[in-house]
Design a protein around this ligand. Structure first.
Ligand SMILES: [Zn+2]
Length: 406
């Protein structure tokens, strides 16, 4: 079955229900690396996790979105401008890195340039790798697989990140036990779900979150990827040792250019190199942490729990609407810089669409949701989104047994 079609009117009702029941055997051997842009597709009900079938409102949204692309003769994959953005930011990152490591610039300029270099490297990676893991960067499978390696060039294992992202996030956002972004990735630093055990430091989580987010990519570089390999999360080590070896090779390459090479060629102390690495991560850490968390952990979003049968008693499309948020849907500059992370309702509903087009389809989603009487969450300013995030962090941190489902 081809769920990765980039043209046409989408999937019919009959076909949609077939997808619901037919996908079980394929999912048994599921690892996202072999299935770019499949299990994250909203017509799939992975492991029959959701009790309800694909709702009518979602099929109508798909029909209208497909029509928007057909009328304009556009593919849903990344346009040339998105690929240009990827190369532009890689160029900025490389140029600033070379300026620092060759000590061409004065000492005072080095840390700011490290910050620019780090930010640019992560925007480069997010420009193509995130869409690619959903099969949305190119219509060619090999090109998506290649684009995923932009993560590896940025020091983040694409193999581990893609598994976490699709199996441990897109499958069921904001559900404890499935979504690693509210669970194992952030425990015990944060309490982001009513079922997560309470610790006394959570009382201050609404105050320390910016500092924790600022080091999130640093944490991913040096701790999280390795910890997942050691823990064999998702069976990623035991099921595919070759991919783990490739992931570790890329991690070694990162250690070389970020740590060993500067220590070898620069006339600086070791702690100054470490300071440079920290500076390198501050902006991308904040960008990734804030955009990702603000769209899920937000006042008004739902934090459902699985039923006693281990299933979610809703449809996947409705769950997606209830657990996501679009921030400033009309601000193309924000979508451009965040590589689509600020339009999370749109992305989770249509992960097979490149992020460049999300501001175009967000109004279609909003209008259709209003017609069908289903929720569409949006915040119209960054302060508005930040306030809703802050208040919910405070609520979860100061209400040990918070009954906050939706
Ligand atoms: Zn995604």
């Amino acid at each position: 079955m081809d769920l990765n079609s980039h043209h046409g009117t989408g999937v019919s009702l009959a076909r949609a229900s077939a997808v619901e029941t037919d996908n079980e055997p394929a999912l048994a051997a599921w690892l996202p690396d072999e299935s770019l842009g499949r299990e994250d597709h909203l017509l799939i009900n992975p492991g029959s996790l959701y009790t309800e079938p694909v709702p009518e409102f979602y099929l109508e949204m798909r029909r209208r979105v497909d029509e928007w692309f057909r009328e304009r003769g556009l593919a849903k994959t990344a346009p040339a401008s998105q690929v240009f953005k990827c190369f532009l930011f890689f160029g900025i990152s490389l140029a600033t890195y070379v300026l620092v490591i060759t000590e061409t610039v004065p000492r005072w300029a080095m840390l700011p340039l490290c910050m620019v270099s780090g930010m640019s490297l992560f925007v480069f990676a997010m420009s193509v790798a995130h869409d690619a893991c959903h099969g949305a960067t190119s219509s060619r499978r090999w090109a998506n697989k290649l684009a995923c390696h932009a993560y590896d060039l940025a020091g983040v294992s694409s193999y581990i990140t893609n598994i976490d992202h699709m199996r441990g996030h897109h499958r069921a956002p904001n559900v404890d036990g499935i979504d690693v972004a509210i669970g194992s990735d952030v425990k015990p630093t944060f309490r982001l779900h009513p079922e997560v055990p309470y610790h006394h430091w959570h009382y201050l989580q609404h105050l320390y979150f910016p500092f924790a987010y600022a080091v999130s990519t640093l944490h991913k570089w040096f701790i999280l990827d390795y910890a997942e390999i050691v823990a064999d999360r998702w069976g990623l080590r035991s099921r595919n040792p070759k991919k783990v070896l490739l992931a570790l090779s890329f991690k070694a390459l990162t250690l070389f250019w970020a740590l060993i090479l500067p220590l070898m060629v620069m006339h600086v102390r070791w702690w100054q190199v470490l300071l440079g690495i920290v500076a390198f991560h501050l902006l991308p850490g904040l960008l990734v942490g804030l955009t990702f968390q603000l769209t899920h952990i937000s006042e008004g979003n739902a934090f459902p729990s699985m039923g006693n049968d281990g299933r979610l008693h809703t449809s996947r499309a409705l769950h997606t609407l209830e657990t996501n948020l679009d921030i400033m849907p009309k601000a193309r500059w924000l979508n451009w810089l965040s590589c689509g992370l600020t339009l999370h309702v749109s992305h989770h509903l249509f992960p097979e669409i490149a992020h460049t087009y999300l501001p175009d389809i967000a109004p279609i989603i909003e209008k259709t949701a209003a017609e069908y009487g289903v929720p569409y969450h949006k915040r119209i300013s960054l302060m508005d989104a930040l306030g809703a995030h802050y208040r919910l962090l405070k609520h979860f941190g100061q209400t040990p047994r918070a009954d906050y489902a939706r």
